[in-house]
Design a protein around this ligand. Structure first.
Ligand code: MOS
Length: 752
């Protein structure tokens, strides 16, 4: 049997591997959700409420219904039954807006869908949607930016179930803080942000009898199936969800939104396939956003820089009905060693659509706050910020009393500092210059969860010498097609260009969500086990098929590599193509199934599993013209074995660019009068683009973490966005002397 390490063929694991789906993408052959066309397909356009709080008193649809080409105007009276869904075990049945569309006449946020126009063309549907007239009894919406925790019990219900508002506690943090020789008490704010993937949300729904098929731009087809099955009262096997290519999601497509049941209800009503693609403006209304957070961090320390207490008390916004949990305190209890600690949260309801996971949910805004506080403490103490972190490096995860499966954060700091040239930093504000520019240097640490979701995969070896690997996970642009190909190739020895990968279809073995940077770690063992089973089957065929050159051998004597099956003792040069064996046996293929269980819910974990890393950032500042730029970033990530170093670096680079946006640009503003997002276009909601991107040097440590899977791969992606805003804002302080504690840093902040 080919193994990962000892294969005579060079294993593709751990190498720069060009994406196997690249040619399909650049030639336009890759089919995104709205590239699929169906005979008789209609187009749907939602009508969004133009108030954010109140009631619909009248809905006039007659004019719209009479327009030529209009097939239906759906609203509360005629949409038909849509049930609610509830979460089930194993990350199923999850959505961030529980209320089925049009369930009542109450409007709770601007853009909430109140009707749906269905027509022969997109233009007609848009015209009809615009012709629907609503009359409201409007009240002033609450979109206040100052957050005060709502009066709530100590345990609250969130999207993921009940949750104690006291996240974590140890020692006596209040007393320790009161008695600390050095104290810091600051509040950090992160704004509402909106996901802006290139491809907007897109659904095409069609019915055949009581079977529903959805083409959907989704980060989780399996969960989506379970939600839609519940909403339409169907057995799961009657719902199929297909997602072949996704123009990214950043978390907005992790869980289904009400656009999916709307399209399905419309298709049910008109008896034809219905397509619903959101326009960019509607991407700001009802398909999620990163909640606003207000985080008070208190640190107590000795004069030498040893932490004695840490309080992290945060408040975030939620929608009126739903309860997305923005887990800002996720990393706080274990990032540093501190004997006295409290992490707690509160929530503040606002008349805004459902909050959602957005790249690095919770921990990214959380680490912005706590890492900023560490940088401020370092400044206050006159200690180098790297040194302060080294002083407070924990030996174990102090929140659960478990060792880390693999933590090499100090090595990240050391390597990052070296690659950046950190030792040349003069800490005096405004003291460093280059080419007439003032330089600011800042750094921060980061971490991200390492875990597995349930995963199943199927591997086939076929009589044309190819291998097929399949799983109902999806590639959201991160490289999942390539990772599955690499794993299957590494284990079966079939060269990469002869491996076909099938993803994004609930008719395949159930695979993981593309979320939490967890998909890769989840699929590793499932694919390897499936390959082992297929290889075992192939060897049985080889020894049991009359006329086979291996007829007198035991399966254990055999190995497979580079498309050939051979006797281990003789080596691969004497082998036979496995395709020949299959043909001789009159078999099209042999196949294997593999499964790998989730790590969530393990009552007795032996380790705390996390990835770690750090960023070093340089900004340039020109006070004469108030120009601030991020010029250089060095990022070092300790995420176990990196399966595809090319796609891996690309993930971190993309996250760093997004971090430049988080630090300096991104924020969604809501109109206090009508609750509408004001900057709801790509012209007004500014994201970092190529011109904003610094030189980014990404380096991975290489410590395989076998706790997670056989290869030792943890997740990457989101970790690249964690901590970067704190590194940049500290660099801004270093350059300008201005300490900004509310993101994004605006030029106005620096002119004061
Ligand atoms: Mo990511 S926010 O877990 O899709």
């Amino acid at each position: 049997m080919a193994t990962l390490e000892a294969s005579p063929t060079v294993s593709p694991i751990g190498r720069d591997t060009v994406r196997v789906d690249g040619p399909r993408k650049v030639t336009g052959a890759a089919q995104y959700t709205s590239d699929f066309h169906f005979p008789g397909m209609l187009y749907a356009v939602p009508v969004g409420a133009t108030i954010a709080n109140g009631k619909i008193t009248k809905l006039e649809t007659t004019a719209a219904e009479k327009m030529p080409g209009v097939r239906a105007i759906l609203h509360r009276e005629n949409i038909g039954k849509i049930f609610r869904s509830i979460p089930g075990p194993g990350f199923a049945g999850i959505c961030e807006e529980r209320r089925p569309p049009f369930e009542d006449d109450v409007v709770r946020y601007y853009g909430q869908y109140i009707a749906l126009a269905v027509a022969e063309t997109f233009e007609t549907a848009k015209g009809a949607a615009d012709a629907v007239r609503a009359t409201y009894a409007a009240e002033k919406p609450n979109v206040d930016l100052h957050l005060v925790a709502d009066d709530e019990p100590e345990e609250v219900i969130t999207t993921f179930g009940p949750r104690k508002r006291l996240d974590s506690q140890r020692g006596d943090p209040d007393a320790a803080f009161a008695g600390a020789p050095v104290r810091l008490d600051h509040t950090y704010i992160t704004p509402f942000e909106t996901h802006n993937p290139l491809e907007p949300h897109s659904t095409t729904a069609m019915w055949e009898g009581s079977t529903l098929t959805l083409y959907e731009s989704s980060q989780g087809v399996v969960n989506l199936r379970s939600v839609l099955a519940q909403m339409f009262g169907l057995p799961q096997e009657n719902v199929r969800v297909i997602t072949k290519f996704v123009g990214s999601g950043f978390g907005s497509k992790l869980w289904p939104w009400t656009v999916c049941p709307l399209a399905a209800a419309a298709a049910r009503q008109v008896g034809r396939p219905v397509r619903l693609v959101l326009g960019r403006k509607m991407m700001f209304h009802a398909v999620g956003h990163r909640p606003r957070t207000q985080q008070r961090v208190r640190l107590g320390a000795t004069r030498e820089g040893k932490l004695v207490s840490l309080h992290h008390d945060y408040i975030y916004t939620r929608s009126i009905l739903d309860a997305h949990h923005e887990d800002c305190g996720e990393a706080t209890p274990f990032q540093y060693s501190v004997p006295n600690l409290r992490v707690s949260f509160g929530r503040a309801k606002r008349n805004i659509g459902g909050g959602a996971d957005m790249r690095g949910p919770g921990r990214v805004p959380g680490l912005y706050a706590t890492e900023s506080a560490m940088n401020e403490l370092a400044h206050q103490l006159g200690i180098d910020p790297v040194q302060l972190r080294i002083l407070n490096e924990p030996k174990i995860d102090e929140s659960v009393g478990l060792p880390f499966s693999s933590r090499h954060l100090l090595e990240c700091f050391q390597l990052g500092a070296e690659r950046f040239g950190w030792s040349k930093r003069n800490p005096a504000v405004g003291s460093m210059k280059r080419d007439g520019l003032t330089l600011g240097w800042g750094m921060a640490g980061c971490s991200w969860i390492a875990a597995r979701f349930d995963a199943a995969a199927n591997v086939q070896l076929r009589d044309d010498g190819t291998c097929r690997v399949a799983s109902a996970t999806q590639d959201i642009g991160t490289g999942t097609y390539t990772v599955l190909a690499q794993l299957a190739s590494a284990r079966t020895g079939v060269p990469l260009d002869k491996v076909e990968v099938e993803l994004g279809d609930t008719s395949l073995p159930a695979g993981p969500l593309s979320g939490g940077s967890i998909a890769t770690a989840s699929v590793v063992n499932a694919v390897l086990f499936a390959a082992d089973q297929a290889l075992g089957s192939l060897k049985m065929v080889a020894v049991s098929t009359p006329g086979s050159p291996f007829a007198s051998h035991s399966p254990d004597d055999l190995a497979v590599d580079n498309g050939r099956i051979f006797i281990k003792a003789e080596g691969p040069s004497k082998g036979t193509p496995f395709a020949d064996i299959l043909r001789r046996a009159n078999l099209r293929l042999v196949s294997g199934n593999g499964q790998s269980p989730a790590t969530f819910g393990n009552p007795k974990p032996k380790f705390s599993t996390q990835s770690f890393g750090c960023h070093f950032a340089e900004v340039t500042w020109q006070p004469e013209i108030a120009r601030l730029r991020v010029s250089r970033v060095v990022t070092v990530i300790d995420a176990g074995k990196i399966i595809n170093t090319l796609a891996g670096r690309n993930q971190i680079q993309g996250a760093v660019v997004m971090g430049v946006g988080m630090a300096l640009l991104e924020h969604t503003e809501y109109d206090p009068q009508n609750g509408a997002p004001i900057n709801s276009s790509m012209a007004d909601y500014i994201v970092a683009v190529n011109a904003d991107a610094p030189a980014i040097d990404v380096h991975f440590l290489d410590y395989p973490d076998k706790e997670l899977n056989e290869v030792g791969a943890r997740g990457i992606g989101e970790i690249g966005l964690a901590g970067i805003a704190a590194a940049i804002t500290d660099a801004v302080h270093h350059a300008t002397g201005v300490r900004v504690r509310e993101l994004p840093v605006k030029i106005e902040n620096l002119l004061a």
